[in-house]
Design a protein around this ligand. Structure first.
Ligand code: SAH
Length: 346
């Protein structure tokens, strides 16, 4: 069955026309889908027609299964349900510049990073572009008069570049003014570093901010925590980043989770600075969110600050990422796992 959020306005019109409806019906359906309506709510359309549409198409492939409001800030964590019963997570954050939504691109993930909860059961399936758009549509509807999603980060569960076709289709749809209307300058895509796909993305005219999960200053450490590092040398990842900067004119963001006893010492910061010299980039330091199933430790604030100062002293632009929604399992696959394993209430 066709998922309507995966169509442009033109395609929706064409689809409606094929099904014997005039063009203005296509516009009505398109607008209603973007507003998050299901067929039964599209009361501007005659009921007989709605029923027949319902047999041939899915208006809303995603719904909100549960939402958790943080008690310490404005962060909301969502668990989204899809038609086949799978669920994925999203996190809505409220910044001074507006609402930013972190969405998932796959059910689970097959990259196997040692610190990440999303990958513990492997990858169940890719999300479709319509489902990714569905995550945004649901949240916009949930926000109502409070506002709408203005920034999107593809940093939830899944490796976006491992679902390249659907993710790039999503990017083409999400930027459309008449649709969800989030410009690609306000979209970040985070990858564990799939080199060929990073280059392929650079060649498309889809100027998103590229975030790369580096998490290590060299291949020896990187291979210990990220299986993907056995496939791609750090040197090749950095070369692909330079290519991205050259093609898009945009700096690359490096994600670096500080893990006690693994990658968080001052010498690691110095080595990292050396590797990144001359690359137009910014480093985002994240104190590891400890995942109970993973035997890795976080770091204290002094360690974060020392790492940060060392990078800055060596003229590498860096910040410490704010932690939001800690009390609602805001991080990386933790919520879906809690629901899957039926463990403690959050
Ligand atoms: N697959 C993509 C995007 C999803 S993960 C990627 O690898 O970039 C989003 C970010 O959260 C990545 O930088 C990831 O490495 C990081 N992350 C995952 N688990 C984490 C944890 N327990 N603590 C801190 N950061 C984590």
């Amino acid at each position: 069955m066709i998922e309507l959020p995966g169509l442009t306005r033109e395609e929706t019109r064409a689809w409606c026309k094929e099904h014997g409806m005039p063009a203005f019906r296509g516009d009505q359906v398109y607008r209603a889908v973007i507003q998050g309506m299901d067929f039964q709510e599209m009361t501007t359309i005659p009921q007989a027609l709605r029923l027949s549409l319902q047999e041939q198409a899915v208006a809303q492939p995603v719904s909100i299964r549960s939402r958790y409001q943080s008690s310490v800030d404005d962060t909301v964590k969502y668990l989204f349900a899809m038609k086949d019963g799978n669920c994925v997570e999203g996190v809505l954050m409220h910044y001074h510049y507006g609402y930013s939504l972190c969405i998932s691109t796959q059910v689970g993930c097959k990259m196997g990073c040692a610190f990440c909860a999303s990958t513990l059961e492997g990858c169940v399936r890719n999300l479709t572009a319509a489902e990714m758009l569905g995550e945004v549509i649901c949240v916009n509807r949930d926000l109502g008069s409070k506002g709408r999603v203005g920034h999107i980060v593809l940093m939830g569960a899944g490796e976006p570049l491992d679902n390249f076709e659907e993710v790039t289709h999503f990017l083409r749809l999400v930027r459309m003014e008449e649709g969800v209307g989030v410009g690609l300058r306000n979209v970040s895509l985070s990858t564990c570093g799939l080199v060929e796909k990073m280059r392929e993305l650079a060649d498309l005219d889809l100027p998103v901010t590229l975030s790369v999960s580096l998490h290590a200053p060299n291949d020896v450490i990187r291979r210990r925590i990220m299986p993907v590092a056995k496939r791609y040398a750090m040197e090749d990842v950095l070369a692909a980043c330079r290519y991205y900067v050259q093609k898009t004119g945009r700096r690359v963001i490096f994600e670096y989770a500080l893990i006690g006893g693994v990658n968080a010492q001052e010498e690691h910061a110095r080595e990292l600075a050396e590797k990144l010299r001359g690359l137009q980039c910014h480093v985002n330091l994240i104190p590891l969110n400890e995942v109970p199933e993973r035997n890795l430790q976080g770091v204290n604030e002094a360690t974060v600050q020392r790492f940060l100062k060392t990078l800055e002293g060596l003229h590498i632009s860096a910040t410490r990422r704010r932690e939001m929604g800690d009390d609602i399992a805001g991080a990386c696959g933790q919520l879906r796992r809690k629901v899957l394993t039926g463990s403690s209430e959050i």
